[in-house]
Every structure is written in structure tokens, then in C-alpha cells.
Design a protein around this ligand. Structure first.
Ligand code: GLC
Length: 480
């Protein structure tokens, strides 16, 4: 028997270390102010992401149709699709017709604030290289005279968006793509572009690569210096990285054959002189500049022992697609609950359209999420995961003030869409409570009878049936 236990132990131990292999590759920041900001950011739980650029006029996936890789999302569509180079020209001409006259960031702030979002990350520049800010390093910007919107007093949309959200107390994040498919020092016209990577060998043409490094440094400096307080620098395009950091077991990293070291230590140091304590997210590049990790369109199965954020689209696409299918309010609330019960944040994306506004469905979703949050947000903000994390359709969070866990636990019962109420009682496994504990519904504010038999917690829900939608939240004050 002992031998059996030992074998089991070894077996589980091996799986444990395999499963947690990634975990040990997180490197916590050393800067004490970054640490404080990161802890504060973890308490915010819910943020808004926006992908916006001239591409919204074509209802296509952001940037990727410029990339000559044969993948579903890179496919070119429309009248210019047949010929790659004609397509690129037409894509670049989108700059001249991009005229989002309905642009009014206050409307977005109001909707996001009502929904209970606490931070916002905006695509200042995506892989196509188009700058949604007033960059002096290129004329491929929304503020350049070639852009239809340049005559608007609000043409520097990044500045307007940052300011509007900051005024409402949001933390501000700048999404910035390290690769730039418009810059001729990244995709040198001497060679045709081959794939998402730089199209020449930086080792062979160091001057070109150095020019690209300076360009990137200067653009990030503009954003960090001229746009007020910025809390997060969210760097996308993880293939721009030192070759030695490439992880061949990750399928998308297999195409990286050239060293694309952009000198992030220098960039981060500069950024933090302008923005002390800045959180830097050099996505997927494991090291001291990936201050939190960013699972994309997925929710980790279990809590991760480091800061993380799931980024997810409200519709199917990051960028605006006319008639996109949006997730239901029920699905979105459930996502938020699951993510928070595992210690993460949800960064929920909405793509503004070419007129400068969101699809009305997005406003409806945020309004309904806000109605739920108004009553139940105590189970979301400032919480930590608590074992067993979930039991059936019930998810747990634990109040934690100043990083000290308290004796308040929330049990969040996810209700099916259009099936508003749970059975008359709730059965929960794996949660041990003290004899004098109190359980109440946040919505009905009434203590509920409960008992524990054979380790199973039984909570009576009699008398609280009613209008509860999406998720029923029970507050448990655990008293010995
Ligand atoms: C994916 C998309 C990219 C998008 C990002 C957001 O990597 O390819 O376009 O910006 O997700 O997380």
C-alpha cells in the first residue's frame, strides 16, 4: 500500500511539474512600485479593450490580411484580393477615407463605467502600422493631412480616449504592436514580405534593424511622454523578440527564424522614466517585462500563481465587423465570474465601427452587465481565489483587503440563460464553514438557512425565488 502511495505520489508529482512548467517561467518584476501597481491592477478585475483603425471600414480582421501567411484569418477579401500588391495599396488608401465623425469617447466611458469596468486598453498602433495617435515618426497617422479625420479637433483619438477614460478614474493602457508592416525598415521593399516576421536578416543589415529599433523607441516615447498618465504598456506581436527566447514548442513561434531583438530593457527603462511604476506586458516573451500573462480568447482551467488577464472579444472579431455575433449578457457575466474565481482579470474587447461608434448591441450588453454588477460587484473586485474554486455550477471568491484575506466568501451560482431560478436548495462540496457562519443573498439581503451533512453544504433558497438573472450571489461570513 505504501509503495502504491509512493508511486502515485511520484506520478502526480511528475504531472504537477509538467502542468506547472509554464508557471515557473513567470518572472516577477523587481521594481517595488511596479509590484504595488500590479497588485492594485489585480483588484480591478474588469477592463475594456478596443481594436480600432481604418480597417474597420472594410469589416475585416485587423491588419492580418496584409500578412502573406496562408491562414484563415489572413485571407484577403473584396475587389482587390486577387493581387497582393494592389491589395496593400488599397488597404493603405483606407487612411484617406477614415472619417469617424460620430467619435465621442465620453459615450464609451459612460457605458464602460456603468458596466463596472475599471481600466481600458486601446490599440494606439496595430501590426498594419497605422497610428491612432499623432506620431512624428511617420505620416501614416490619423492626424496626418492625408487622413480624412485630420481636420477634426479630436483627430488625435488616442489622446481623447485616454483623457476621457482617465477623467472617470479608469487606469489607462496603451496597446502597441512591436511589428510594423508599413515601416520599410521592418518590411524592406527590396524583398517581398514573406510572413509576419521582418523580411531581411537583421544580422546582415544591422543599420536597417537599428533604424527600426530607433523608430519603435521614439514612438513608444511619444506615447509615454505626451499622453498623460499611462498605467500599462501592452506590447503585442511576440515574434519581435530575441531569437534565444523563442519557444519552439509553441506552434506560432515556429516561423521565427531571425533575431528580432528590439532592446526591450532600454525601451522599458525609458518608458518608466516617464511613467514610474509602469506595468509592461511584453506578451509571450517570458521574462522581467511580461509583468502579467495574457491568455487569449481562453479561460485557464485553474488559478495561476501569477498575475494574468484573459483578453476576449465581445463579438467574434477584435475589430469591427458589421453584424458581428455578440456573446450574450449571460455568457459574459459567467466568463467574468469564472475568470475572477481563478484569480484573473477579464479584458473585454469591443471594436468601434468606421463611423466612430459601437454597435448598439455592445451598449446593451454593458448596460445589462452593469445592472448585475450594481448589486453583486462585491464578489468581483478585490477578491482572491479560494479552494475548491468551484463546485458544479457554483464558483467561489474570497474577499481580500490590502491583500489580506478576510472571512467573507462569495458563492456564485451561475444561472442558465432563460432559466432564471435554481432549485429550492443549493448543494456545495468542498467548502468547510464554522458553526456560526451566516449566508445571505446579495440581491435579496436575507439570511438563508444552511446545514452541512457528510461534508456537503446545503443552502435553502426558499423564499428568494424571483427576478434574479445570470448569477445568484451568496455572501458567506465564515465564523467558527
Ligand atoms: C491576436 C490577434 C491580434 C490581436 C490580439 C489581441 O493576437 O491576432 O490581431 O490584436 O489577438 O489580443
Amino acid at each position: 500500500m505504501r509503495l502504491f502511495n509512493f508511486i502515485l505520489f511520484v506520478f502526480l508529482g511528475i504531472n504537477w511539474s509538467i502542468g506547472f512548467a509554464q508557471i515557473h517561467q513567470y518572472i516577477a518584476p523587481k521594481d517595488s512600485l511596479v509590484k504595488v501597481h500590479l497588485r492594485d491592477w489585480q483588484d480591478l478585475k474588469f477592463g475594456l479593450f478596443m481594436h480600432w483603425g481604418p480597417y474597420s471600414q472594410w469589416s475585416i480582421v485587423e491588419s492580418w490580411s496584409l500578412c502573406p501567411e496562408d491562414e484563415g484569418w489572413t485571407q484577403r477579401k473584396g475587389v482587390y484580393a486577387e493581387n497582393y500588391f494592389d491589395y496593400v495599396k488599397a488597404y493603405e488608401r483606407l487612411q484617406t477615407t477614415f472619417n469617424p465623425v460620430q467619435f465621442n469617447p465620453q459615450k464609451w466611458v459612460d457605458a464602460a463605467h456603468h458596466a463596472g469596468m475599471k481600466y481600458m486598453i486601446f490599440t494606439t498602433k496595430h501590426h498594419d502600422g497605422f497610428c491612432m495617435f499623432d506620431s512624428r515618426q511617420t505620416d501614416y497617422t490619423i492626424t496626418n493631412a492625408k487622413s480624412a479625420f485630420s481636420t477634426s479637433p479630436r483627430s488625435n483619438v488616442t489622446k481623447e480616449i485616454f483623457q476621457a477614460f482617465r477623467n472617470q478614474g479608469f487606469k489607462i493602457g496603451a496597446y502597441f504592436s512591436k511589428p510594423d508592416w508599413h515601416n520599410t525598415d521592418y518590411w524592406w521593399p527590396y524583398f517581398p514580405p514573406l510572413d509576419r516576421n521582418v523580411n531581411y536578416d537583421p544580422k546582415k543589415y544591422p543599420d536597417k534593424w537599428n533604424a527600426f529599433k530607433s523608430f519603435t523607441f521614439n514612438q513608444i516615447e511619444e506615447l509615454m511622454r505626451d499622453y498623460g498618465k499611462v498605467d500599462i504598456l501592452w506590447l503585442d506581436g511576440g515574434w519581435v523578440r530575441p531569437l534565444k527566447t523563442v519557444d519552439r514548442s509553441v506552434s506560432w513561434q515556429k516561423t521565427i527564424s531571425k533575431d528580432q531583438d528590439i532592446d526591450l530593457p532600454r525601451i522599458a527603462a525609458m518608458a518608466r522614466t516617464h511613467q514610474p511604476g509602469l506595468i509592461v506586458v511584453d506578451r509571450s516573451v517570458i521574462g522581467e517585462f511580461e509583468n502579467y500573462t495574457t491568455p487569449e480568447q481562453e479561460v485557464p482551467e485553474k488559478p495561476l500563481p501569477y498575475p494574468w488577464e484573459t483578453c476576449m472579444t465581445m463579438g467574434n472579431s477584435w475589430s469591427y465587423v458589421k453584424g458581428d455575433q455578440y456573446k450574450s449578457t449571460n455568457q459574459l457575466i459567467h466568463l467574468l465570474v469564472k475568470i475572477v474565481s481563478r484569480g484573473g482579470n477579464l479584458l473585454l474587447n469591443i471594436g468601434p465601427g468606421p463611423d466612430g461608434d459601437w454597435d448598439p448591441v455592445a451598449y446593451r450588453r454593458l448596460s445589462e452587465i452593469g445592472d448585475w454588477m450594481k448589486i453583486n460587484s462585491a464578489c468581483i473586485y478585490g477578491t482572491k481565489p479560494i479552494a475548491p474554486y468551484s463546485s458544479g455550477n457554483v464558483f467561489f471568491t474570497q474577499n481580500s483587503l490590502n491583500n489580506e484575506v478576510s472571512n467573507t466568501i462569495y458563492a456564485i451560482y451561475l444561472l442558465e440563460e432563460n432559466n432564471p431560478f435554481p432549485p429550492g436548495q443549493l448543494l456545495i462540496k468542498g467548502l468547510s464553514l464554522g458553526r456560526n457562519s451566516k449566508i445571505m443573498s446579495l440581491e435579496i439581503q436575507q439570511n438563508l438557512p444552511w446545514s452541512i451533512t457528510n461534508g456537503e453544504l446545503k443552502i435553502s433558497l426558499k423564499g428568494i425565488e424571483g427576478s434574479i438573472k445570470h448569477a445568484l450571489v451568496l455572501k458567506i461570513v465564515n465564523v467558527k
